[in-house]
Design a protein around this ligand. Structure first.
Ligand code: SF4
Ligand code: SF4
Length: 372
């Protein structure tokens, strides 16, 4: 990452709008950070100078609060509640529709989303890692999901190195951040006077080239690298780096599951904010005239009662079994499915849990006595 001078340049601090403007000229809709309901979410920019400055987010279990950044930086905030997941895996969308024609025959038609080119500015390393996991799920050989693929292909990702991780972040321990390492078109590291910009794709290189940037100096590249190392060192939470499958599966009756179930509200917030969760339900939405119906896919949560309902009974009737399903799927079964854990260390499930349940604390309790 910010270690070499190939395909890189230096974007002066006042020129961020030039990058956004160039992407708009190329026909991209541009999304970036915006404040909504006192949280930072990704929203469409109406003009190239729409990126807000000087925001930070203090986060702790069950708590998120915006503050002012004394350095007035653009990207001093750690991630907000919304990952970039909705831009590829829509929270709700029609997959197909059926209509009855005049002769009474049913006609089925696929419904594919309109997906204009979209550039997202300010993507974090954990979200790039999560997107790679979503790709592994939805674009698997032989089971390519057409809706996901259409939304995914139009994305242009401008990643940003996290210089100020939240207190809930632990991406360094999962190996996914805080410096973006793959999956971006352009990556930026924000310094006091500008951005070290590195292209990660030919599309990204063409955009940087069109901005006529001066090369980033060795001092600037070194400052970016050191900034990433300091941000990693500042993280206080962690998950064990090893595969937890055996430990967790051997402790399915551990009393900690009862303790966490007593606190958990089964609200599903953790799954809604998690950038890697991909569970969904499919429902039919018939029109009132009885002539047509749409088949829809909506995000689902393993904390919901219906998620474990199979053929007349519920395989996960209580909160204990649902929390255990969530944690063991994420940190154990994912290794079999995808060759790695399903957690990228973004910490969202900690900050946005109304009960303040901390995944890293639960794992520490459940793996007590094991090698770290
Ligand atoms: S762990 Fe927290 S966020 Fe998740 S379902 Fe339980 S109470 Fe809700
Ligand atoms: S499990 Fe929690 S910390 Fe891990 S990726 Fe999901 S939301 Fe982020």
């Amino acid at each position: 990452m910010f270690t070499h001078r190939d395909r890189s340049g230096f974007l002066p601090i006042g020129q961020l709008h030039a990058l956004v403007g160039r992407l708009m000229q190329l026909g991209y809709q541009c999304q970036g950070p915006a404040v909504e309901n006192d949280a930072i979410v990704m929203r469409e920019f109406q003009s190239p100078d729409g990126v807000p400055r000087g925001l930070q987010a203090e986060q702790s279990p069950g708590s998120y609060r915006l503050t002012r950044d004394p350095g007035n930086r653009y990207f001093a905030w750690a991630n907000g509640p919304q990952a970039i997941k909705p831009q590829a895996f829509a929270p709700k969308e029609s997959l197909w529709r059926v209509e009855r024609d005049e002769a009474g025959s049913l006609r089925f038609a696929a419904v594919l989303p309109s997906a204009p080119p979209l550039a997202i500015i300010g993507v974090r390393a954990c979200d790039l890692a999560a997107l790679a996991l979503q790709d592994a799920h939805f674009l698997h050989d032989g089971r390519r999901d057409a809706h996901y693929a259409r939304r995914r292909e139009r994305l242009f990702l401008v990643a940003v190195q996290c210089a100020e991780p939240g207190a809930t972040c632990f991406c360094a321990s999962t190996g996914d951040g805080p410096t973006p390492s793959a999956g971006y078109d352009i990556a930026l590291a924000e310094l006091a006077d500008g951005f070290v910009a590195v292209a990660g794709s030919d599309k990204g290189a063409a955009v940087l080239q069109s901005l006529n940037l001066v090369p980033a100096s060795p001092r600037q590249i070194d400052a970016a690298r050191q900034q990433g190392q300091a941000a990693a060192a500042a993280q206080t939470r962690s998950l064990p780096g090893r595969n937890l499958r055996e430990t967790l599966m051997n402790r399915l009756e551990h009393p900690r599951w009862d303790a966490v179930a007593a606190r958990c509200l089964a609200c599903g917030n953790c799954t809604a904010v998690c950038p890697t969760c991909f569970c969904h339900a499919e429902v039919d939405a018939p029109a009132l005239d009885g002539r047509s119906s749409r088949h829809e896919r909506i995000w689902d949560s393993c904390f919901g009662e219906s998620h474990g309902y199979l053929h007349g009974f519920n395989v996960r009737p209580d909160i204990r079994s649902r929390y255990r399903q969530w944690l063991t799927h994420k940190l154990a079964s994912w290794h079999e499915q995808f060759g790695r854990s399903g957690c990228v260390g973004c910490g969202r499930c900690i900050a946005w849990c109304p009960a303040g349940i901390d995944l890293t604390e639960e794992v520490a309790a459940l793996t007590e006595g094991e090698q770290p």
